[in-house]
Design a protein around this ligand. Structure first.
Ligand code: URQ
Ligand code: ZN
Ligand code: ZN
Length: 481
């Protein structure tokens, strides 16, 4: 065996449980997990006192996204490097075609941008308009490019917003392809009207942003998307579930047996809406993202949703805009580019506020930061596991590593950190991407272009069938003789 590494002395933690074991790696793959492994000639990586876990998977990022007249400041190399520093070894990013742009053309563009990635990546493709070419390109993307998820923005009117006609057409097509429809659930028409009303009242600062996107606006869209998916028998995934109103819609559907999955952002679990009233315009503007940060009762409910299994995945929606970019909305909050960072801090924030508080066990932490995403998007056990044959995407996790999160020590390419000053315990001591150490002892060793595009196969037929409404028996015509 060549290029052998053995991670020795640690406690292996997977979504299934934890045990004292070593991990043997050959090349890019895990070959064995256990004790007393034959490891002659292997490079030893000491994990004594640490946890050995599947690398984090972030199902929601936007590296170098062109959006609201500018381009997100984090690119695929710096973003995947920052992710590795935080223990995340794969991102799922988004191809977002302009309306009337062929999906295949946009997909090729994003593949070019992502080629610089330092770790593995995959793409959801957004459906932002509809005609026969969109229908056809969705087929090509699933059969030839390993895309098994299609995103729909119900917000962002006059830009990338989908109306119900697009949702119905696209959800149906995704269902028939064995692909997963995902949604950004905010009612874009209501947002547009509330933005106008608030601006006309003379509220032009960032404090206007959350006022134009109250929880009801997210709850309506979440419920509408869920009901459309239910009637069509299409599985559904809600991104960045941020409030009680949306969580209630998800919970009702799941308790009815509908195949609905939901994601929560690490930042929505621990940051509240008080930042929007900060005296500093710049500070407040850095928290402008959609859905907005909410008041504390929503965070408590989201934690309960995560603990109770109604929310299955955690993400960051990493979409960075520096202060000069945010300043585009200096006199009009509607023009502040929406987005915040966090790809480097997700795992530490969730360990500190989740595991150290007793909300999550270490195994549940692995499930919500890695394994559940791998299962939902059909790349498990290659990703999100430590099974022999899996890619050696591994994080050696130091549960006692304490740091204070700061822009100064962050590896993200943005001039602000939404967690600034937050002290967290628990962090990545060493991160491996397909068997190569990319982060250790506080030093990044990422290589531009070392990341691979990961194809995600569609789901078998039975998968969508479970979404059908039980009451929709096969309809038959009345025989009127
Ligand atoms: O809506 C999204 O997910 C993208 C455009 C990032 N921006 C944001 O505010 N969430
Ligand atoms: Zn979104
Ligand atoms: Zn997003």
């Amino acid at each position: 065996m060549t290029n052998l590494k053995i991670i020795q002395g640690g406690t292996v933690v997977t979504a299934e449980g934890e045990m004292r074991a070593d991990v043997l790696i050959e090349g890019e793959k895990i070959v064995a997990v256990g004790t007393d492994l034959a490891s002659d000639g292997a490079e030893v990586i000491d994990a004594t006192g640490a946890y050995v876990m599947p690398g984090g998977i972030d199902p929601h990022t936007h590296m170098e996204l062109p959006f609201m007249g500018t381009v997100a400041s984090e690119d695929f190399f710096s973003g995947t490097s920052a992710a590795a520093a935080g223990g995340t070894t794969m991102i799922l990013d988004f191809v977002i075609p302009a309306p009337q742009q062929r999906l295949m053309e946009a997909y090729k563009q994003w593949r070019e941008w992502a080629a610089k990635s330092a770790a593995d990546y995959s793409f959801h493709v957004a459906v932002t308009w509809w005609d026969q070419s969109v229908h056809d390109d969705m087929g090509t993307l699933t059969t030839e490019h390993g895309v098994n998820s299609f995103k729909h923005f119900m917000a962002y009117k006059n830009a990338i917003m989908c109306d119900d006609e697009v949702l119905v057409n696209s959800f149906s097509r995704a269902r028939d392809l064995g692909a997963l429809a995902t949604v950004h659930a905010e009612n874009g028409e209501l947002v547009y009207r509330l933005q106008q009303e608030i601006f006309d009242k003379g509220i032009t600062g960032p404090e206007g942003h959350p006022l134009s996107r109250p929880p009801e606006v997210e709850g309506e869209a979440a419920n509408r998307a869920i009901r459309i998916a239910e009637v069509l028998g299409a599985p559904l995934y809600l991104v960045h579930t941020s409030c009680i109103d949306a969580l209630e819609a998800v919970t009702r559907a799941r308790l009815e047996g509908q195949r609905v999955f939901a994601e929560v952002l690490a930042q929505h679990l621990v940051i509240d809406d008080s930042h929007y009233r900060n005296p500093s315009w710049e500070h407040a503007a850095h928290y402008v993202m959609s859905p907005p940060f909410r008041s504390k009762e929503h965070q408590d409910a989201l934690w309960r949703g995560l603990q109770g299994g109604m929310l299955q995945t955690t993400a960051t929606d990493h979409c960075c805009f520096c202060t000069p970019q945010k300043a585009a909305g200096k006199d009009d909050f509607r023009k502040i580019p929406n987005g915040t960072g966090g790809v480097e801090d997700r795992m530490s924030v969730l360990w500190h506020h989740g595991v150290r508080t007793g909300r999550l066990t270490p195994s549940e932490f692995v499930a919500v930061t890695s394994t559940n995403t791998a299962k939902i998007f059909n790349i498990h056990p290659r990703k999100g596991s430590l099974k022999p044959g899996a890619d050696a995407d591994i994080v050696i996790w130091d549960p006692e590593q304490t740091r204070t999160i700061s822009k100064e020590t962050s590896h993200q390419n943005v001039d602000f950190n939404i967690y600034e000053g937050m002290e967290v315990t628990g962090g990545a001591a060493t991160t491996l991407s397909r068997g190569t150490v990319v982060w250790t002892n506080g030093e990044l060793r990422t290589v531009k272009g070392a990341g691979k595009h990961i194809e995600r196969p569609c789901f078998p037929d039975y998968w969508a069938g479970q979404s059908k409404r039980n009451t929709l028996a096969e309809p038959t015509p009345v025989d009127r003789g």
